[in-house]
Design a protein around this ligand. Structure first.
Ligand code: SAJ
Length: 410
């Protein structure tokens, strides 16, 4: 393997694990981030978020000198852009904020030379790789002999380290030479297949994958609303339907969170507002599910009060965006818990995967188990499916929006 000097711009959930894996493969990696705390932390072998097996990779590769972090970019053979692409709210629409990608492109233009490869991994609207190349061309005058490709990350938080190497990858160059050079690079650390295409298709493919998941979850969420009317357990319904060899419905929940599925469909919607009815409706269904959950909790509190004659102590169980992670980005469970607590002071918030979170008082699991009258399961953490825990919960009053209690009933 030819070892390369690689710069990764953006040391977040994708950039840092990618930097650590590339360093571990033997490349010399510079991780660049605007946040000095993040940079200082990594240089002293400390990561700023939890991801299984990441700490060890960072510690080993800082120690052997293959990985270092800085706030300044340097000359490199390969530049990988892993910065965020959040959205800006614009009335009923959400449009992508491209400023981080633009800033990264301008920084790269100060260091790029002929023969270098620029890879965009950030989730982006179709056409962004082309724009990155144009931005750099405007700065350096001539991009001949420089290569540009889009290669979307597809890893699942909680499983990032293994998925970064095991998953298939899509590589889409701005031209055939870029595709070939980028594919050769990914072959140095990816065990999955590498599928070649052009940059527009690769960009659209990433948005398609996450929009598909959003639409599928919206279908499951819609089924859960219909099922309530007939007193049908929606999870049993979906399990039975999925026995059909050509049906594969995902699970309903309290809404869709995280920085991918709840965000990426908007990149397609904002670019083609008149052609994205299904994708927009799915987004709306998933957003409305969160509101529906809040209403159900309010009804439960009122019901409890009228039956028992006193105000119950409520425990919201789980506030991360999905089970078994410590990530609260775009978390519908957090939104629900805070909204309930705001309207109803007798509310505890329990999150076993977080020690603390700014502005929220977290209650310990055991304290809630002892004191609370009603448990509202918002996230299906593994902690909530342990036998001892379930035995206690089964004797209590609860609402389960996750299936973790109802499906593991003992
Ligand atoms: N969710 C449901 N029901 C389900 C599955 C998920 O309500 O059946 C909810 C989760 O609770 C969570 C949200 O959806 O709130 C998103 O979680 P997720 O596990 O579906 O996805 P992410 O955001 O962790 O990661 C997704 C993945 N994309 C796909 O599976 C198509 C991952 O592979 C991508 O790399 C990642 O987005 C990304 O970075 O784009």
């Amino acid at each position: 393997m030819i070892k390369k000097n690689i710069s990764i711009i953006g040391l977040g959930y994708i950039g840092l694990p990618t930097a650590a894996i590339l360093a571990d493969t033997g490349h010399k990696v510079l991780g660049v981030d605007i946040n000095t705390d993040v940079v200082d932390g990594i240089n002293s072998s400390k990561t700023h978020f939890y991801e299984p097996d990441l700490d060890e990779l960072v510690i080993n590769n800082i120690k052997n000198g293959n990985l270092r972090a800085d706030i300044e970019l340097d000359d490199s053979d390969i530049f990988i852009i892993c910065v965020p692409t959040p959205f800006k709210v614009d009335g009923n629409n959400k449009t992508p904020d491209m400023s981080y990608i633009e800033d990264a492109s301008l920084e790269i233009s100060k260091h790029i030379k002929k023969g270098d490869l620029v890879i965009l991994e950030s989730t982006s609207p179709v056409g962004t790789t082309q724009k990155v190349a144009e931005l750099i061309q405007n700065q350096v005058g001539d991009c001949n002999g420089m290569f540009f490709a889009y290669c979307p990350e597809r890893v699942l938080p909680g499983n990032i380290i293994s998925e970064l190497t095991d998953n298939d990858r899509i590589v889409g160059g701005l031209d055939n030479a870029s595709t070939a050079i980028a594919a050769d690079f990914y072959k140095t650390f990816v065990k999955g297949c590498i599928h070649l295409t052009n940059s527009n298709t690769a960009e659209m493919c990433k948005l398609t994958e996450n929009s598909y998941r959003d639409v599928n979850i919206a279908f499951a969420n819609e089924l859960s609303l219909i099922s309530e009317k007939y007193d049908i357990d929606e999870r049993e319904l979906i399990k039975l339907a999925n026995f059909h060899p050509r049906v594969d419905i995902l699970q309903p929940g309290v809404g869709v969170g995280g920085h991918c599925i709840a965000v990426d469909p908007w990149f397609l919607i904002s670019d083609s507002p008149n052609k994205t009815n299904l994708i927009r409706t799915a987004r709306e269904v998933n957003i409305k599910k969160t509101e529906w959950v809040k209403e159900k909790v309010e009804e439960k509190i009122d019901d409890y009060k009228s039956k028992n004659g006193y105000e119950p102590l409520l425990a919201c169980m789980g506030i991360t965006f999905k089970p078994n992670v410590d990530d609260i980005r775009e978390s519908p469970a957090l939104e629900i818990a805070l909204s309930i607590k705001n309207n109803y002071k007798q509310t505890l918030i329990v999150e076993p995967n977080l020690e603390k979170i700014d502005g929220v008082d977290l209650a310990k699991l055991n304290f809630a188990l002892e004191k609370a009258d009603i448990f509202v399961f918002l996230v299906g953490h593994n902690n909530f499916s342990k036998e001892d825990f379930l035995k206690k919960i089964n004797k209590k009053d609860y609402l389960d929006f996750t299936g973790i209690v109802n499906f593991n009933k003992i």
